[in-house]
Design a protein around this ligand. Structure first.
Ligand code: AMP
Ligand code: ZN
Ligand code: ZN
Length: 413
């Protein structure tokens, strides 16, 4: 009897100790969760590195001056929207993460990826990278996305906890309010990492040119959204705990129709499947070999460059992915590659060599994880993913192209 009671007593002691231990660790884990900063990653599509100095973006200026301001953000090749947004959240070159252009074909299945095709952008097969929200969610950092290329995948385990299907016309105020609403969820459901996207500066740059008054108005418009967001954070009492990072995917440069290279004239009888027009053209020969097409275009190389997989400059990191078409044309800055059935319109474009400063975007970060009043030179957008991982102390995916050591100096001690 006595022995039984003793046994019972010690069992009770053990379970009490266990309960105490789990309570403590539960509190500790809640404590850790509470210590996680908030980070809002905002993209102003097509915001060139030097637009900030025009005087139309006081909120951005204040954020940049007060936080960590880089001279420019170098995009990856091709300097287009989808490849670069996905690079920013995966830390990989486009040949690695799979989004090699805004529109392209899988030559093996005949399936097509296009930023305008709602089904295709949700199809997980195109996305070979691991977006930061996937890495974060897996390691206990709840995430949300108010638009970002790659955020709508049809596999729930590859998405953020909260997301929206892209809607071009969704009012900007509704996007900001949506982010502020997420930040008012009960603590356990509240996202710590959030993306937000605005297209206006890119659109105006294309139609009216980078120096047009309409582009300056677009700069002012997205800047006022940043103001609305920061005011909202202040009202919620979250500003001090929140990193606001403003980036862009690429810049913009002047084009005009007098600087056009008519590729169909150069090709003559050689037939090619042609993807894209403008700074970049992707060709798949139909009635001739790759070498024939290459040689013909190589001879007439003037105001543009022609590359095959073998001759692609190494620093473009654009050869490894099997969907990259066999011939790639790249116009000199300001020139457009076109065919007579599809001339290039507008007054501004991007997609040119990422080494050209006009193609560079922005990176400004302000919040508890970043240095204050700090200015640095150009950084590379492949390095943002490991930087985000460092903010949360989580493990980045293996085999990425980005390196924390190239951007670590932006972080506060
Ligand atoms: P680009 O042709 O490279 O200038 O692409 C810019 C366009 O991409 C914008 O005008 C948007 O309409 C579009 N876009 C940006 N994000 C998304 C998204 N998540 N889903 C679909 N389209 C998008
Ligand atoms: Zn863009
Ligand atoms: Zn654009």
């Amino acid at each position: 009897m006595k022995r039984d009671r003793l046994k019972k007593n010690s069992r009770m002691k053990i379970s009490l100790a266990w309960a105490l231990l789990t309570t403590v660790s539960l509190w500790q884990s809640i404590g850790v969760a509470q210590e996680q900063p908030y980070t809002i990653l905002i993209s102003f599509d097509g915001f060139r590195w030097d637009y900030i100095d025009r005087g139309y973006s006081p909120n951005l200026q204040h954020l940049a001056e007060d936080g960590a301001r880089t001279l420019s953000l170098k995009p990856v090749f091709p300097s287009k929207t989808f490849p670069n947004h996905y690079t920013i959240v995966t830390g990989q070159y486009s040949e690695g993460h799979g989004l090699i252009a805004n529109n392209y074909n899988d030559p093996f299945s005949g399936e097509r990826y296009s930023l305008r095709d709602q089904q295709a952008v949700r199809e997980a097969k195109w996305y070979l990278g691991e977006a930061f929200w996937e890495t974060a969610e897996r390691q206990g950092v709840r995430s949300a996305s108010y638009f970002w290329p790659g955020s709508e995948m049809n596999l729930s385990y590859r998405r953020a906890s909260y997301f929206h299907h892209y809607e071009h016309e969704r009012p900007y105020e509704a996007r900001v309010q949506g982010v502020l609403d997420w930040l008012q969820l009960p603590d356990a459901q509240r996202p710590r990492f959030i993306t937000l996207y605005f297209d206006a500066v890119d659109g105006a740059g294309h139609w009216f040119g980078p120096d047009a008054p309409e582009t300056n108005s677009a700069i002012a418009r997205v800047d006022s959204m940043l103001g609305m967001l920061v005011d909202g954070l202040q009202r919620l009492g979250l500003r001090e705990q929140t990193n606001v990072i403003v980036v862009s995917d690429h810049g913009m440069t002047d084009i005009d129709s007098t600087r056009t290279i008519w590729v169909d004239d150069l090709l003559g009888d050689l037939e090619c499947d042609i993807e894209d027009r403008g700074p970049l053209m992707l060709l798949t020969p139909q009635n001739a070999s790759v070498d024939e097409v290459y040689q013909v275009l190589k001879k007439s190389e003037n105001r543009f460059r022609v590359y095959t997989r073998e001759t692609m400059p190494e620093n473009f990191h654009f050869a490894r992915h099997p969907f990259i078409p066999p011939v790639v044309l790249l116009a000199d800055i300001g020139w457009s590659l076109a065919t007579h059935d599809r001339p290039v319109g507008g007054k501004g474009h991007h997609g040119f060599d990422p080494n050209h400063l006009d193609m560079h975007g922005i990176f400004y970060a302000n919040g508890p994880s970043f240095k204050k009043g700090y200015r640095s030179g150009t950084i590379h957008n492949i390095d943002i993913y490991p930087l985000l991982c460092a903010i949360y102390g989580i493990e980045p995916r293996l085999n990425i192209d980005g390196r924390l050591e190239r951007v670590e100096f932006l972080l506060a001690k």
